[in-house]
Design a protein around this ligand. Structure first.
Ligand code: LIP
Length: 272
């Protein structure tokens, strides 16, 4: 029987270690490569952080599986089994990391039987450590956090992202959504990291966020953190959350989630 307490201690240690790499490198010149398109960026530090975490986990748990952003080739199908699986985004908000905008983080989740047991999102620049364990609540730097109580879209602050795809169909749909939402909500915000956007919902700093085209590694930890903070995590069309669907909607309340899901123009990317 896997000791989840022990896994949690071990992954926190690795994430903190990885965070010091990001903290040290963010304001230094970097070689930047592109992946699926010109704005889908990667640096050697994304790759090094992912290797550090995977090697560290493997040295203790040699039979565990991994779904990692930088060890998955662009367009490669990923497989989620019932085995203990670590879903890792070594630097979520790589664009911010490249520019030196301090909204960037490491996102790691442990799923067993396809159920999230641990979620960690760590912004080492601003020292924001979001953590959650299944059934044990969500925390920022060790203090409990909770979503807002907002139920109405017209009073909501919303996180949106254009994402890193330049597919004209997706851009058109996102611009339609931004146009229709601007007139109906308190305000729109964009931090450039899906994982941190979800944590802002968990924290009650914003009321709802959604995104199309993200991957499992961007949202696996945030999903658990939002739910453990008392929020809802669903598919943007209103159905259940599916970590492989490349679609996410997180909100403080089910009323707000449903209201938004009914008006969004939907986009269905190819699944992970
Ligand atoms: C990015 C995000 C960003 C999202 C992009 C992309 P990366 O992750 O978190 O919010 O809009 O689609 O997935 O590439 O920086 O790990």
């Amino acid at each position: 029987m896997l000791d989840i307490d022990e896994c949690y201690i071990e992954i926190l240690r690795l994430v903190k270690q990885a965070g010091s790499i990001i903290r040290e490198k963010i304001y230094q010149p970097k070689d930047v490569l592109t992946k699926s398109c010109d704005v889908d960026l990667v640096t050697e530090w994304d790759q090094k952080v992912e290797k550090l975490v995977i090697d560290g986990v493997l040295s203790k748990y040699p039979d565990h599986k991994f779904i990692g952003e930088e060890t998955t080739a662009s367009g490669q199908k990923i497989e989620l089994t019932d085995a203990p699986t670590w879903i890792i985004d070594p630097i979520d908000g790589t664009m911010n990391f490249v520019h030196g905008l301090p909204h960037t983080c490491i996102s790691v989740a442990l799923l067993i039987n396809k159920t999230a047991e641990i979620g960690i999102v760590y912004n080492p620049i601003l020292e924001q450590l979001f953590t959650a364990r299944k059934g044990k609540g969500a925390f920022l730097n060790g203090a409990p956090i909770h979503v807002s109580e907002e139920k109405e879209l017209r009073k909501a602050l919303i996180m949106v992202e254009m994402g890193t795809s330049r597919d004209p169909e997706k851009l058109k749909i996102m611009l339609q959504n931004i146009t229709l939402l601007t007139a109906r909500v308190h305000g729109l915000r964009s931090l450039g990291s899906a994982a941190l956007n979800m944590c802002m919902v968990a924290l009650g700093g914003v009321d709802v966020c959604f995104e199309f085209g993200i991957h499992a590694w961007d949202i696996a930890a945030g999903d658990l953190i939002v739910r453990e903070a008392g929020g809802v995590s669903i598919d943007p069309a209103g159905g259940p959350f599916d970590v492989m669907s490349r679609r996410t909607l997180c909100a403080s309340t089910k009323e707000l989630a449903q209201e938004l899901s009914k008006i969004l123009v939907q986009y269905y990317p190819e699944r992970d």
